[in-house]
Design a protein around this ligand. Structure first.
Ligand code: UDP
Ligand code: MN
Length: 305
């Protein structure tokens, strides 16, 4: 019949983490705003469906379900929701990310719950084969554009790129790379855009899982000895999880990354402006053009429409 002739809907995979939400009203409110705006601006083709992956700890699952029900009700597109168990994923991730935890975590590292901060770097090991691309987004964001347009950015990846990511918009990596910068006075490491290498922000991540699986170079960089060597070359010690890894790797292998325009992850945090970097802050923070995703990082309020 007709059903058999119709092609199956192409799924656009989006993933978000919602943990410790049970007793965090502020977090739930942000997540609700993120999902509502995603739905309001979202417009998909007739043969497309949104596959929303939500990674929750046990207690967060019920509030998550409630949030989703409300947010998705007005959706003008097909969708499905897939819940993943955070504890299961964290254990699965542990062996891959153990070395990274020591280099890019605030605490002593090694607690398996920590491994979640590195979920994105090993997403190609986590998601089933049939998922070839996925977009991971923070929940402290609001959409001002159709997420389908963000999927089209995958088509701009140059040969060899595995991840699409926007630049970090504060001088935090200028700070972290201070020793390397002192030893290499003409380096671009930590310098502001457009010519410098300010590092990355992981609030919006385009993960080309197929490319991540296939890239020998990328998978080499996940090996403990390789990432340790890179960290020591750059005197790097961070605390921001996956974005530290992407930032450090990007200094040595920029070709692995496609740089998303700042309007796809317009970060709003200004903490570093008031902590010693007011003179250069604006060079990092500036972002021209119509904002498509606001990112209210470090709990910064997002301007109303
Ligand atoms: N997150 C969560 N529970 C928490 C803290 C964080 O589920 O208690 C998730 C949420 O999706 C959030 C993301 O982790 O957007 C990253 O944390 P956050 O956005 O607060 O970090 P920032 O962008 O301010 O560095
Ligand atoms: Mn965030």
């Amino acid at each position: 019949g007709e059903e058999l002739l119709r092609a199956e809907a192409a799924e656009l995979h989006v993933l978000a983490v919602l943990a410790k939400a049970e007793r965090n009203e502020a977090l739930r409110a942000k997540a609700a705003a993120a999902l509502r705006s995603l739905v309001r601006f979202g417009k998909l083709g007739p043969r497309e469906a949104l596959a929303l992956h939500l990674l929750c700890d046990g207690p967060s699952r019920s509030p998550a379900r409630q949030l989703l029900q409300q947010a998705l009700r007005p959706a003008a597109f097909k969708y499905k929701v897939v819940f993943h168990d955070l504890e299961v994923l964290a254990q699965k991730l542990q062996p891959t990310v153990e070395a990274m935890q020591k280099l890019f975590s605030a605490g002593a590292g090694s607690y398996y719950g920590d491994s979640l901060f590195f979920l994105s770097v090993a997403m190609h090991h986590i998601m089933p084969r049939e998922v070839s691309r996925i977009i991971q987004v923070d929940l402290d964001v609001e959409y001002r554009a159709n997420i389908r347009e963000l999927f089209q950015e995958f088509d701009n990846f140059p040969e060899g790129a595995v991840i699409g990511i926007a630049r970090e918009m504060q001088p935090v990596y200028r700070h972290i790379f201070w020793q390397y910068r002192q030893e290499h006075p003409r380096t671009k490491v930590g310098d502001p855009p457009p010519d410098g290498l300010p590092g990355f922000n992981s609030g919006v991540l385009l993960l080309d899982l197929e490319a991540m699986r296939q890239s020998e170079r990328y998978n080499r960089l996940l090996e403990p000895a390789v990432v340790q060597q890179l960290a020591s070359k750059f005197h790097f010690k961070g605390h921001l999880g996956d974005q530290d890894f992407f930032t450090l790797v990007g200094m040595e292998h920029p070709e692995l990354f496609y740089i998303l325009d700042c309007t796809w992850n317009r970060q709003l945090c200004t903490w570093w402006r008031d902590h010693g970097y007011s003179d250069v802050f604006e060079h990092y923070f500036r972002c021209d053009g119509h904002v498509r995703i606001y990112h209210g990082n470090c709990n910064t309020p997002i301007p109303a429409e």
